[in-house]
Write a protein that binds this ligand. Structure first.
Ligand code: NAD
Length: 266
């Protein structure tokens, strides 16, 4: 029988806000396979949700951290080091852009909003990887979450698309720097899933149903499918040899070059 045993492995999961979060989709199979997990959350108001969600896991570590604050990240990784001694997996599932950037045309992007989106959604991966790497003394794997808007224009995504392009380029440079240490870095590019972050994007409901209708599989993807790919990329047993990569789990949507009008599909 083919099975994955991650007992003795440790992971830090950044970005679980509730049970719908993509990070939670990745954390569940990791925990089920035996890994011990720490969760970082933004702001104390999220703690009760995290406590409830993780109640069944074996000794989870819940740590508050804001990715825009270097001192907060220093504290986070120091707490992980003190408790775990080493780190095998890092899941970076954090993004934010001011609401106005989804509402106005990209042309109108203000400098401050550009900086905020880049800081939270792209630089935070670099800042986190830099602090995780010294803890990955036995090698390790880092996974972040991206979206097709990094490569193609998706109406409304605007600044978030630009930040995801920076994130995917950062994945490649980090993978190059960390490869000699045996640390792999990859991005999961997920199709639309109804989460808090997604629902804050204007026009998301239309985009969600269009993606479902137009994808090759003629359906939307699930949080579990994101979790499956995340698990594969994190574990050497399944994803060893893959680094610097962005892999789509979007029911084939990204690979279609032309959408025919309804009724004329082949
Ligand atoms: P989510 O709202 O559940 O997760 C976003 C997380 O980012 C939240 O936990 C939030 O607290 C955290 N965050 C934001 N600013 C932060 C800060 N300053 N410090 C620390 N944490 C902060 O939504 P999600 O959809 O699970 O988003 C996770 C990732 O998946 C994001 O990178 C998102 O862009 C990406 N993604 C989502 C979809 C989708 O359709 N839901 C598709 C592709 C990619």
């Amino acid at each position: 029988m083919y099975s994955i045993d991650l007992s003795g492995k440790t992971g830090l999961v950044m970005g679980v806000a509730n049970q719908r979060s993509l990070a939670w989709g990745i954390a569940q199979p990791l925990a089920q396979a035996g890994a011990r997990l720490a969760f970082s959350y933004q702001g104390e108001r999220l703690k009760p949700t995290l406590e409830k969600l993780t109640a069944e896991l074996s000794s989870p570590l819940l740590l508050e951290a804001d990715v825009t604050d270097d001192a907060s990240l220093d504290r986070l990784f120091e707490q992980v080091r003190a408790e775990f001694g080493k780190l095998d997996y890092l899941i970076h599932s954090v993004a934010f852009a001011p609401a106005v950037t989804f509402e106005k045309p990209f042309l109108e992007t203000e400098r401050a909003d550009w900086i905020t989106a880049m800081d939270v959604s792209a630089y935070s991966l670099v800042a986190s990887a830099r602090r995780a790497a010294p803890l990955m003394s036995e090698g390790g794997s880092i996974v972040t979450l991206s979206y097709l808007a990094a490569e193609r224009v998706v109406p409304h995504y605007n600044m978030m698309g630009v930040a995801k392009a920076a994130l995917e380029a950062s994945v490649r440079y980090l993978a190059y720097d960390l490869g000699p240490k045996g640390v792999r870095v990859n991005a999961v590019s997920a199709g639309a899933v109804r989460t808090i972050a997604a629902r804050s994007i204007s026009g998301f409901a239309d985009l969600y149903s269009a993606a479902g209708e137009m994808s090759m599989l003629k359906r939307n993807i699930t949080q579990e499918e994101v979790g499956g790919l995340g698990l594969a990329l994190l574990t050497d047993q399944l994803g060893g040899g893959i680094t610097g990569e962005t892999i789509y789990v979007d029911a084939g949507f990204h690979a279609i070059g032309l959408f025919l009008p309804k009724g004329s599909e082949g």
